[in-house]
Structure formats: C-alpha cells, structure tokens
Design a protein around this ligand. Sequence first.
Ligand SMILES: CC(C)(COP(=O)(O)OP(=O)(O)OC[C@H]1O[C@@H](n2cnc3c(N)ncnc32)[C@H](O)[C@@H]1OP(=O)(O)O)[C@@H](O)C(=O)NCCC(=O)NCCS
Length: 360
Amino acid sequence: MTTQPGVEFRSLTIPASLDAAGSDEFREFTRVRNAVYREIADNDDDAITPEELLPQYQPSSEAIRYVWAVHRGGRMIGRAGIDFPLEEGSRAGFWLVELLREHWGVGIGSAALALVERTAREHGRTVLQSWAEHPDAPGPRLAAPTGFGSIPEDHVARFYRRHGYALEQIERESRLDLQTSADTVARLLRDAEAAAAGYRVVQWQAPTPAEYVDGYAWMKSRMSTDTPMGALEFDEEVWDADRIALHDKRVLDGGRTMLVTAAQHLATGELVAFNELTIGADATAPSHQEDTLVLKEHRGHRLGQLVKCAGLTTWRRDIAPASDRVITFNAEENRPMLDINEAIGFVPSAYHGAWKKVVE
Ligand SMILES: CC(C)(COP(=O)(O)OP(=O)(O)OC[C@H]1O[C@@H](n2cnc3c(N)ncnc32)[C@H](O)[C@@H]1OP(=O)(O)O)[C@@H](O)C(=O)NCCC(=O)NCCS
C-alpha cells in the first residue's frame, strides 16, 4: 500500500526458516530493527539475531500478529506491527512503529499508525497500547499518572499525544554488573534463605520438566493479573501445558538459554515464586532478567530476593560466566521489586513510557 510518494508498507513474509525463500527480507528486517534501537539507546543491548527473532514471528495460538516493513525510496527504513491477543473477549491491540531517525518528522510514522489503527478497528479492538524509550533530555517533562516517574516531552511523546494517546506508566530499565555484584548477591541470598524457612529453591532450564509445568503455568498466568499496571489493560491470561510448551519452544528455536528459579512451598509442594534469566547464542552478550513474581498469598517472606539471588548465582557461575551484565524492566511504582533490585546493585539505565488510547 502506498501512502505518499516513495513510501510503502509491505506485509512482511515470515519464512518458515532462515534457509527458506524470503529469508533475506527477514534478515534485513532484523537489521533495521536493531539499528533503530541502537540509534535510540546508543548501545546494542537490545540487538537480536534473525535466528532469535524468527520464532517470535511464527504463527501462534496466543495472538494474531500483523507486521509490515516500511520502505522508502527502495530501502527498508522501519517496521510497523500490531498484536491482537487471543484471550477471550480481548479488547487489546499492542502496536509498534519504529523508523530510522533520518526518516522521522515527515509523516511516515503517522501514516503507519493510521494503518495500525485501521487494522485494529477491523478486528474490533478498542484499547490500543504501545511502549517507547524516551532518552533523558533537557526541557519540559511529562509525569506519569501513577505518580512515579517522568519522561522528557520529546518527539516520540509529542507523536503519541498528537494521535490521542496518554502516558499511563513509566518503566525503568536497569542494569546489573554481574561480576562486581557477586559478593552482594551472595550476602542477600543468605539473608533471604534465613527469612524463607518453609520454602526451597528449585531451578530448571527450558524445556520445563514435567513436574513443574502446572506450577509454572499458574505463576505465568498470575503475571497478567498481579503486577502493577496503572491504567493499562491486560487480559487475564490462561496458561496450560500447551502454552508452556509453546513458550519453551520459542526460547529453544531461537537458540536461547533460559534459567527459571522458583521457590517451592514445602508444606504443599506448590511453586509460589519465580524468576527468569535468558541469554541468546552469543555468550558475551548482555543477559536479560524477564518475569519475576511472588504469588500474593506468599509475599512477605523475602521470596523475591531469594529467587533473584539464587538465579543470579547459578547464572554467573554455571550458565553465562562470559556475560557481563543483566538488563531488566520494572514499573517505576513497583517499590518492593525496585528495592530488591537496587539492593542487588541494579542501576537505572533508561526510562520507557507506556501509552494508551481507547477508541470507539
Ligand atoms: C515515533 C515515530 C514512529 C514517529 O514517526 P514520525 O514519522 O517521525 O512521525 P510524523 O512525521 O508522522 O509526525 C511527527 C512530527 O512530524 C510532523 N509532520 C507530520 N507530517 C509531516 C510532513 N509531511 N512534513 C513535515 N513534518 C511533518 C508532525 O506534525 C509531527 O510534529 P510534532 O512533533 O510537532 O507534533 C518515530 O519517531 C520513531 O520511529 N521513533 C522511534 C521508535 C518509537 O519510539 N516508536 C514509538 C512507538 S513503538
């Protein structure tokens, strides 16, 4: 589809594998994705290989995904996409529009967003949400309605507001130096173990062992209900053995390693807290700390600290000794989680805005 001279949004062909026809386009798509993030963050922390990205684009029972490559003057210059979760009754659409910087400010983002929003309307989705990094800058700022955090009123913030989106939440991105934090992590692990009598740590790498599938599935489902989300709207997710298998397959097909560290309640055998650490095929790349949750009924026993510190200890010693840092994201108002991360040694490295618009 053409919107203005020389600009085209082409539906991306998802190859079955990177050896298949069409894989050159997917490789270029990945390269442009990484270049956009490098321009924004001034680092390659978010870089990913085509091999790691492709599994995320394979058709799945979790969401319908639309994705377009943005072309201008014969070159790929960005991407646009929207996901529609398949939870029953979902009203949500999660979108992104990301362009190389030299193409900002001439209406391409607005045209891409119009395509995204038209697609949402066609699917009857009315709650549109999106995230963006807002690098620190001088000048006027926008505060989150949660009361925690603010971002500069930059080009991207103006773009969202002009298109009717409101800032709902700030997410803090933080980094931990894996080597210098080792002693602190060991001390905090001992403290947590002392406070967590009645629980034990269990760990596994994807694929999830059969004995932990049900417990892990229940905890993953609570990630969609029991984390601070301001006025953002997330569907309550149903997780079962099939969904865990799909989640694990995506990790493994992308050549990634994932360590799950869980706390098990000894009296009942239930899994009640967990933490995930991942890394791609490059052993020297940054690691990522993904989901962490303590089930509501088991909060107050230092189980968050326990699973994070036990995870980081195994990670650095046995799994990713060549990775120098861990990156993680938290809601800026999530004080209990930030307290643990700050004590471990995580320091803020960037802030992201979560934006939302409700349409008729
Ligand atoms: C956010 C983003 C997609 C916006 O795209 P964009 O193409 O720069 O946006 P537009 O050009 O349509 O509109 C932005 C500005 O350009 C102006 N503009 C729009 N059409 C124009 C035209 N034809 N000529 C000149 N200026 C124009 C708009 O008035 C607007 O100005 P404002 O900042 O004063 O409000 C782009 O900056 C980007 O890729 N950012 C990084 C990724 C990101 O954060 N994405 C957010 C969603 S995931």
